[in-house]
Design a protein around this ligand. Structure first.
Ligand code: NAP
Length: 477
């Protein structure tokens, strides 16, 4: 086969792989088609890998096979062993290794050019792309590892702030840019080597110092942003090694990461700059709730599992609003069981999902899907809110910030403007939580003090099991 024919075949296969990536991504956007979308993207990746391995540029397969076997074993073990609640950490690690891979590709290409193995057609362009690959890869690597350590609680989740922090980071950025310019424009190999050493070191330091002032709760946004960066790094690596499918895949990861980051920021009514630079969560937030706003005065009114059952037994329209606490207590299976029992009792049951409920995008959807809650019962915030006044009971399971009415009524509240699920508009609200703990924002919640709210205290799973067993006794008796 001539080189030209081989080139055409390889690029045709890459186009097919790219189409499968796009189709897969589109299908991932809906729960009903997400699994299929994952499979289709996976097939696209398989085609891309196999075709790349058949490329005549591959000189030796030994280390590729070693890498493939090691990666497959580690990937399979992670898929089996990692708990759903640890997914954000897992994604952080995978992002980090993606960044490291790009850094290594960039550095290896620099070494090949320096050693005279390859002669780039456009030296300045190639140097600029190598610089970007290393820089973005390095920042993504250490930034993701820091995010992983915070999420895994190996490091404190509190933002680490010190005087002049932005100045120090700004100085690092300036030095990084300067060393990049020196590397690209200098013709002296010794100067270039020094510049490469400087920006590799600075990129690794910057990843760490940029994530340092961001609180553990904001890590999902950071991870989504770093995910986007790892895509940009992969895209740049694609230019470095002239691999079209890597450029396309990198662009897709980069843009989808940006979109996801924007969605999360919008759902929290915060700008990306606020997430990255405000040090949100550094100090406990003073309560702006009931008293200061003068909106609600009241007391917490506990309810037992038996009384909760009595309220639910009479209800015909029920909405279940899950939050981070459901994930912590792993209550999703008993939530599904409760939903089925309510339906058998003649109630219409909906699950209202807030876009940032939990600690990662789609957190609640994933947990409820794992428990086989039918997709049709999941309702998005904008669809459920107009129906809220018609709901007999809203059951809030370990959710706090996403149902905090202060977000719409208290202009002094730090979360003012964040869209919420209007649980307070239901006739009766039953809130499941362990005690008086605040949510991610550290704010008191007016919802818990309203006259129509009752508090079912305890671990969400245990509390729900109590209610479910009341339904079971009714069915048995
Ligand atoms: P939340 O505001 O963090 O509140 C969780 C509540 O669950 C707490 O009040 C806690 O109260 C309760 N809880 C914890 N463990 C429990 C257990 N085992 N059983 C029962 N209750 C338990 O959660 P949310 O309403 O889901 O809001 C998510 C927050 O995370 C938002 O502020 C959002 O902006 C932020 N965030 C989300 C994302 C994302 O991608 N989803 C990203 C970044 C930030 P007790 O301690 O009293 O039990």
């Amino acid at each position: 086969m001539s080189n030209e024919t081989r080139e055409i075949l390889i690029n045709s296969a890459y186009i097919l792989a790219s189409i499968l990536f796009v189709l897969g991504l589109k299908m991932l956007g809906r729960q009903g088609t997400a699994r299929k979308g994952n499979l289709i993207s996976g097939i696209g990746m398989l085609i891309a890998i196999v075709v790349t391995l058949l490329d005549h540029n591959v000189i030796e397969y030994k280390w590729i096979v070693v890498g493939l076997v090691a990666g497959t074993v580690i990937g399979l073990a992670c898929a089996r062993l990692i708990k759903m609640t640890s997914m954000p950490e897992m994604v952080a690690l995978l992002n980090g290794f993606g960044g490291l891979a790009s850094l290594i590709v960039g550095a290896a290409e620099y070494c090949r050019i320096r050693g005279g193995t390859v002669m780039p057609d456009h030296p300045a362009f190639t140097s600029a792309v190598i610089y970007l690959t290393i820089l973005i890869g390095g920042i993504t690597f250490t930034g993701s590892i820091y995010a992983f350590c915070k999420l895994a609680e190996w490091l404190s989740g509190r933002p680490i702030l010190f005087r002049g922090q932005h100045l120090v980071n700004g100085l690092f950025v300036v030095l990084t840019v300067l060393s990049g310019i020196v590397y690209v424009v200098s013709g002296d190999p010794q100067v270039q080597l020094m510049a490469v050493g400087v920006f590799i070191t600075l990129s690794l330091v910057l990843g760490w110092t940029l994530v340092m002032p961001i609180g553990g709760g904001d890590m999902p946004v950071v991870i989504s942003m770093l995910n986007s960066l790892s895509g940009v790094a992969a895209c740049a690596a694609g230019f470095v090694i002239s691999n079209n499918v890597l450029v396309v895949a990198g662009c897709l990861v980069g843009t989808s990461g940006v979109i996801l980051t924007a969605i999360m920021c919008k759902a929290m009514n915060r700008s990306l700059a606020n997430v990255l630079f405000s040090g949100f969560g550094a100090a406990p937030v003073p309560s702006t709730g009931a008293a200061s706003a003068g909106v609600v005065q009241g007391e917490l009114k506990p309810i037992s599992a038996e009384d909760t059952f009595a309220v639910l037994e009479a209800a015909r329209q029920v909405v279940i609003i899950p939050g981070y606490g459901m994930a912590v207590s792993q209550a999703q299976h008993v939530v599904r069981e409760l939903g089925e029992m309510l339906e058998n009792n003649g109630a219409e049951v909906r699950f209202a999902i807030h876009p940032v409920a939990g600690r990662m995008p789609g957190h609640m959807n994933v947990l409820l899907a794992e428990a086989n809650v039918p997709y049709e019962q999941l309702v998005e915030m904008d669809s459920i809110n107009p129906l809220m006044p018609t709901m007999d009971v809203a059951i809030v399971i370990g959710a706090n910030d996403v149902v905090n009415p202060a977000a719409s009524s208290d202009k002094g509240s730090p979360i003012y403007g964040m869209p919420i699920i209007k649980a307070h508009e239901a006739r009766t609200v039953i809130c499941l939580k362990r005690g008086k703990g605040t949510g991610f924002s550290g704010l008191e919640n007016q919802l818990f003090l309203l006259p129509n709210t009752r508090m079912l205290y305890g671990d969400a799973k245990g509390s729900l099991q109590g209610v479910v067993s009341e339904f079971k006794s009714l069915a048995a008796g």
